[in-house]
Design a binder for this molecule. Structure first.
Ligand SMILES: [Zn+2]
Length: 217
């Protein structure tokens, strides 16, 4: 089972002290979807790996709430103008938290690869929130972000390019952009650096192109 506990956090941006729920332990017994969405048995841990300040909306992982967190004047201004007005008393959903975390990462000029991961997590949360429209919105944004990462010379490590290329294909497939998905699945072969070790990713690309499945294994 996934176990949660209460933690106390101090917001580095507005100094607000608040409580949040964090993951103590989790499991991967729920299987893995073909977009790498790992499922736990019981409570899904994803929404509890990010925390949102209940006052200003600043959002991040636990380490983003330590003294090491860097808050530039520009980030501060963006958060007060764009996140603070939307802070709800009821608390944010998982997808809302990852969306806010992605915005903060963008304001901090983080790498597209990192932003793509946050947007993908937002999409995964939408699956559990049964919000198909928002799920598609975040899948598209994640696909564009990973495409941008792949376009730049060192945006993705050489030995990870095949798996990210596959993922872009799978994201387009899941929003119904089949032709675009096939283009990306066909590119996977060109990105392999170790044919033996990466055989599985080429097989997955062929499978998702020709006879798609929802789950790995
Ligand atoms: Zn705050």
């Amino acid at each position: 089972m996934t176990t949660l506990h209460q933690i106390k956090l101090r917001c580095p941006l507005c100094d607000n002290r608040f409580q949040s729920q964090a993951v103590v332990s989790t499991n991967a017994f729920g299987g893995k979807r073909t977009d790498f969405h790992e499922r736990a048995a019981g409570t899904q841990p994803l929404p509890y790996l990010v925390h949102m300040c209940t006052r200003c909306g600043y959002t991040g992982g636990e380490r983003d709430f330590t003294d090491e967190a860097e808050v530039s004047p520009l980030l501060r201004e963006h958060v007060w103008n764009e996140l603070a007005p939307r802070v709800a008393n009821a608390g944010a959903s998982g997808s809302e938290k990852y969306e806010a975390a992605a915005k903060i990462a963008e304001w901090q000029s983080m790498e597209p690869r990192y932003l793509g991961d946050l947007l993908l997590r937002a999409a995964w949360c939408c699956v559990d929130e049964a919000d198909t429209e928002a799920e598609r919105f975040f899948r598209r944004k994640a696909a564009w972000m990973f495409e941008r990462a792949l376009e730049s010379y060192d945006g993705v490590a050489r030995d990870e390019r095949a798996v990210i290329t596959y993922l872009v294909g799978e994201l387009w497939r899941r929003v119904g952009e089949t032709a675009r998905a096939v283009e990306w699945f066909d590119r996977v072969e060109l990105e392999l650096v170790d044919e033996e070790a990466q055989r599985w990713i080429l097989d997955a690309a062929h499978q998702q192109r020709d006879c798609p499945r929802e789950w790995f294994g």
